[in-house]
Write a protein that binds this ligand. Structure first.
Ligand code: NAD
Length: 419
């Protein structure tokens, strides 16, 4: 089984070769520039003290301050944080943002914490990792297990530590804390723009397309809803509790209402004879577009053999395993890689960062325009490279990103001019 860290090096090496960059580049960015590992003394409501392992990794700061989420999950590890930080470096470079990649986490099940415990842990995280988490050095945002509330506590704690107001220090904040309009919709909107671009290149009409989505959370719902406006028919959807399939179509808004009433999409009805499906069955239903929008590593080699879709939109970071990716390529299934498909989120974070820096308040339409412009531009470069150099769209994304990053490393004198 090939792991994400190994294929990262391989993709960077291929990109460096085609971009005529020094062969030292893969080694230089093969591991994180800086990783801090701490234990946070969390006082539980019961009075018990729990030492929570936590990390923050800054992968590469050549293009700018590092950027990436903080996750509170029971399975997060330093290795996971490091590979996700690598992914952020590629993502930011691909869409032309002046950021490097970072990621952080604390090993705790966020759902097991009371509100008070979550607040104490959020504040401890910022204090414990404050040598890294600093405005214009490393800018966190929410991720799995952290949302607007934990990051508000983090932002407040950082302001207390620094003795000032730093609205650009953390993104993904609620609007009243200096967050950006459009952030909630941004990831789904960006994936939608990338899908529209792909369909246009393939000369396929959205109205003729069917869609299946694994994970009907923030990103999955917004993607389904924007695509529905173009006439794409959602035929299957699942979340962690179950799923539904209806070849006549499911209405995203009605699904959302059903989920907010019952806690799951399971049991929802569509336009025809809706049937229940297992959580993972959604991946192999008959459809044109499949979007894994839940968790990492869901499409492995076995699932990749069973996929009926001709286009996979990898909304979840590392939604496809490296072996799954090779199998999809062998089968001629086009993959819109995570670094592009979910980049709308970090582009909106960039918009929030600018607003925080300059005391500006942008309208939602301006944030969406920023997302559209950056994704359109990255997509065009990727598509051209894919066609010219006969590579996967994912490798083409790495080519574009590494070309840009490599040029900055040459300009800084970190890399020699060419091999
Ligand atoms: P979310 O928590 O809002 O939704 C996740 C959904 O996945 C939920 O509906 C949950 O029930 C479902 N789910 C969890 N485990 C599942 C399983 N085994 N099978 C089927 N469904 C399952 O999360 P989100 O913000 O929509 O993010 C979705 C994915 O996109 C994540 O992998 C996230 O890392 C990635 N992503 C999100 C953003 C963003 O800004 N929201 C940005 C970049 C990447």
């Amino acid at each position: 089984m090939t792991d994400h860290a190994t294929v990262f090096q391989e993709r960077v090496a291929k990109a460096a070769e085609i971009c005529d960059l020094s062969p030292d580049l893969p080694a230089l960015i093969g591991s994180a520039q800086e990783c801090l590992s701490v234990h946070l003394p969390l006082r539980r409501d019961s009075g018990a003290l729990e030492m929570v392992p936590a990390w923050r990794c800054r992968h590469n700061a050549v293009l700018g301050p590092t950027k990436g989420g903080i996750r509170f999950t029971s399975s997060v590890s330093m290795d996971e944080v490091e590979v996700l930080a690598q992914l952020m470096t590629v993502k930011c470079a691909l869409v032309g943002l002046p950021f490097g990649g970072a990621k952080g986490g604390a090993r705790v099940d966020a759902h097991s914490l009371s509100a008070g415990e979550l607040e104490r842990l959020s504040r401890l995280y910022v204090r414990g990792l404050s040598s890294i988490v600093r405005p214009d050095k490393d800018i966190p945002s929410p991720d799995i297990g952290t949302n607007g509330q934990p990051v508000s506590w983090m932002a407040d704690e950082l302001d207390r530590l620094l003795g000032g107001h730093t609205p650009h220090a953390i993104t993904g904040k609620p609007i009243e804390m200096g967050g950006s309009k459009g952030r909630k919709e941004a990831t789904g909107y960006g994936a939608y723009i990338a899908v529209l671009q792909t369909l246009a290149r393939l000369d396929r009409a959205p109205m003729d397309m069917t869609l299946a989505i694994q994970g009907f959370g923030n990103a999955g719902y917004h993607l389904a809803s924007y695509l529905a406006q173009e006439g794409v028919r959602l035929v299957a959807v699942s979340d962690s509790q179950g799923g539904v399939y209806d070849p006549d179509g499911l209405n995203p808004e009605r699904l959302r209402q059903h989920k907010s009433r019952t806690g799951s999409v399971a049991g929802a009805t569509g336009r025809g004879r809706t049937v229940s499906i297992e959580v993972d069955e959604v991946l192999s239903v008959d459809c044109d577009i499949l979007a894994p929008a839940a968790i990492s590593n869901v499409i492995d080699e076995t699932i990749a053999r069973a996929i009926e879709a001709s286009l996979v939109v990898e909304v979840a970071n590392h939604g496809i395993t490296p072996d799954g990716d090779s199998r999809l390529a062998d089968r001629g299934i086009l993959v819109l890689p995570d670094v592009l498909a979910n980049s709308g989120g970090v582009i909106a974070s960039y918009a929030e960062w600018i607003q925080g820096h300059h005391g500006e308040v942008w309208e939602e339409s301006r944030v969406f325009a920023e997302i559209e412009e950056r994704i359109d531009s990255a997509f065009s470069s990727m598509w051209q490279r894919m066609r010219e150099h006969d590579r996967s769209l994912r490798q083409a994304a790495y080519d574009v990103a590494i070309h840009w990053l490599g040029r900055a490393m040459v300009a800084r004198g970190i890399l020699p001019k060419s091999s």
